[in-house]
Design a protein around this ligand. Sequence first.
Ligand code: PLP
Length: 491
Amino acid sequence: MESELGKGTENQISSKVEKIKQEFDAELFRARGHQVVDLLADYLSRVSNRQVEAVLPDIVPLAMLDQWPADFPDQGNGDWLKLVQQAVAQSNHLHHPRYVGHQTTAPLPLATLMEFVSDFLNNSSAVYEMGPADVAMEKRVIDWMAGVIGFDRHADGVFTSGGTIGNLTALLAARQVQSSTNAWTEGVDSKEGLAVLVSEQCHYSVSRAISIMGLGENAVHLLPVNDTFQIGLPDVEKTYRHLHQHGRKVMALVVNGCSTATGTYDPLEDLAAFCRQNHIWLHVDGAHGAVALLSKKYRGLLRGIEQADSVVWDAHKMLLMPALTTAVIFRNGDHSYDAFAQKASYLFSKSAHEEWYNFAHRTIECTKSMMGLKLYICLSVLGTRFFCDYVDAMYDLTQEFAQKIKARADFELAALPQSNIICFRYLKRGLDESGLNDLQQQIRNCILRTGRFYLVQTDLKGKRFLRCTIINPLTTIADLIELLDVVATSA
Ligand SMILES: Cc1ncc(COP(=O)(O)O)c(C=O)c1O
């Protein structure tokens, strides 16, 4: 009786699994793989040759939602290629040379293939046993990046899922090191009055991290920026003294290398010396701009970074990787273990330091995607010079674009660019500041409707600017000159 029942159940299971097994058929996978690569290669050819009409398809969110109903059938109909074609057509076309918007890169096609390999293997690099090769690749790339920063062999770090989490990870370590109590086990002692000095041009993830950490938004002390959007030592000193006199402990200074809105580098060398003298943790948010370290020409912008306590560096911005891969690197590698001071006996057996290869000790993620493979392979196959040349080319092109803007009386630059981020506005006689702000918004809306370019906007000291990140290596100066004409005719 029992074995009869067992047989029935077995049959039921095997008939259920049969269809699932088919999906794991190697030949089916091969055929689909060829189809999808063909589709993306055709797309790459069209989009990089500017044959795709609009950089960002002009579809409002609710209309887009209608295009993607949740009418999932009980039995699948299998037309996956059609759905992929639709998704590609309705996406923001980052590989279009006229994508000059946010700092998300048009990833290297090779890197996307490596990401595909990672997705297929689905190893998790948080725990060695779950992703042995990727752990080794991650470690090697982190060590390389630490060397590029100028840290010595005591440095260490990890990859994590984005600059936002990277900043949180670095500041968690800063809190653990700087606090006189053990915030990890006992919670934050508000009587200690921890404060963080932050450039007012820092990315919002910095103040968000401070709130997440339970320090409260009031722990964030924003430092003003000058006309070129940099903080200066006198303001840091003044704010530090004021807080000190009021019994507050300044835990960290967070600076930009470079900032999101204007791409500006803070003067790290002076600030680093002050931090050292006053035992302040220096965190450099180099999510976008740390890459300048690879360039002989632009490396000087980060002079002093080797004295930072922690640095965040996103590979999915200026290292041409698909999202997400962020390095969080500590000058004193031991501090990498301070961010998350927790133990999980089912994952780990030894003390955290003995287990450098179990990154979960040091990352917020438990399951963590394979972040090392794509970068390790691209660095190995393409060489580091490839990335140096890319940074030089993008930064140089942005300088050239700035000169074109300066030469036109109807445009104004927010500041001369230091990186590949540039902000400018269109001027129209007779308009006051508020009118000019509205005008920039109208111009952007008009350009987005036509789809001829994708650019963004930002408000700086009460003035609205159009903002571009020149991040696609296929963008040319001719594209950018045309952008100025398009802006002028949209006004
Ligand atoms: C300077 C800086 N820091 C942090 C971030 C956040 O990075 P992510 O979007 O990878 O979380 C950004 C994103 O634009 C940034 O520019």
